[in-house]
Design a protein around this ligand. Structure first.
Ligand code: HPA
Length: 275
């Protein structure tokens, strides 16, 4: 049973961790370097953890790194599971459930995304203010497990307002220009067509990617507070006269590495307590 699997995975991790983590990090394409900043790290490959799926994408490692970041006990996913890899939504969100079971209350989710908003530029960081689920699936489908959360969870503030403000204050403090916007989650793995990007812009999207939405739905179901940060790795299809490649995504995330690291570290360093 799902709950039993969550408990077994958490118990396995609990035996190995030095501290109970309170902040979880999910590190997207090219952004896994943040886990290298964690001190006294305990590194656990996904393959060692009972019931954990395995990561298959180039540029994604596939391990949990737990330890201290900016004085806080954190646990980070270096590499995540994507729906397009063939995992079910329940599998994609399994690590979020395990984090919750370990005591994580605040989840910081990061990703690489294509810029839909034409005022954005590749290399921008974007604080996610909301999302649009275009995946045609939901991790909460099926019988509801009351122990994990309620049947019809509120999603009207899926991204915590206080954390959005906090992130913007941090950016200001660092003199870092960041965008704010709505993330659209598509399944991928094909990038969008130019017509799809025009449609998504009309629908209110500012950035588009192939992750994050499932994890954020599960985290809200679990009453975790969520902060989302996108690295705009490229302008979405049809905006510039050039094809999209995964190499460009990885290249841009590498270029903004220092900004990204400084930003998230400052956010974690000054994270407001959960009320
Ligand atoms: N579309 C979808 N996913 C992405 C993109 C994009 O343009 N860039 C990075 N991930």
């Amino acid at each position: 049973m799902y709950i039993e699997e969550i408990k077994q995975a958490a118990a396995y991790l609990n035996d190995r961790l030095q501290h109970q983590p309170t902040t979880g990090l999910i590190l997207g394409s090219g952004l896994g370097v943040l886990a290298d900043e964690i001190t006294d790290p305990v590194v656990i490959p996904y393959g060692d953890i009972p019931h954990f799926p395995q990561s298959t994408v180039a540029g994604h490692k596939g391990q949990l790194v737990a330890g201290t970041l900016e004085g806080r006990h954190v646990i980070a996913m270096q590499g995540r599971f994507h729906y397009y890899e063939g995992y079910s939504m329940k599998q994609v969100t399994f690590p979020v459930r395990v984090m919750k079971e370990l005591g994580v209350e605040t989840l910081i989710v990061t990703n690489a995304a294509g810029g839909i908003n034409v005022t954005f530029e590749a290399g921008n960081l974007m604080v996610i203010t909301d999302h649009i689920n275009q995946m045609g699936d939901n991790p909460l489908l099926g019988a509801n497990e009351e122990a994990l959360g309620e049947r019809f969870p509120d999603m009207s503030q899926a991204y915590d307002r206080e954390l959005i403000e906090h992130a913007n204050r941090c950016a200001e403090h660092l003199s870092l220009t960041v965008q704010n916007g709505v993330y659209v989650g598509n399944t991928g793995p094909a990038y969008e067509t130019a017509a799809e990007i025009r449609m998504l812009r009309t629908l209110g999207g500012d950035a588009v990617g192939m992750s994050t939405v499932p994890e954020v739905v599960a985290a809200n179901h679990a009453h975790m507070r969520v902060l989302g940060i996108s690295c705009i790795s490229n302008m979405a299809a049809g905006i510039l006269d050039q094809p999209l490649t995964h190499d460009e995504v990885i290249e841009t995330t590498a270029q903004v590495r220092e900004d990204f690291l400084g930003f998230v570290k400052h956010i974690v360093n000054t994270l407001p307590e959960k009320y």
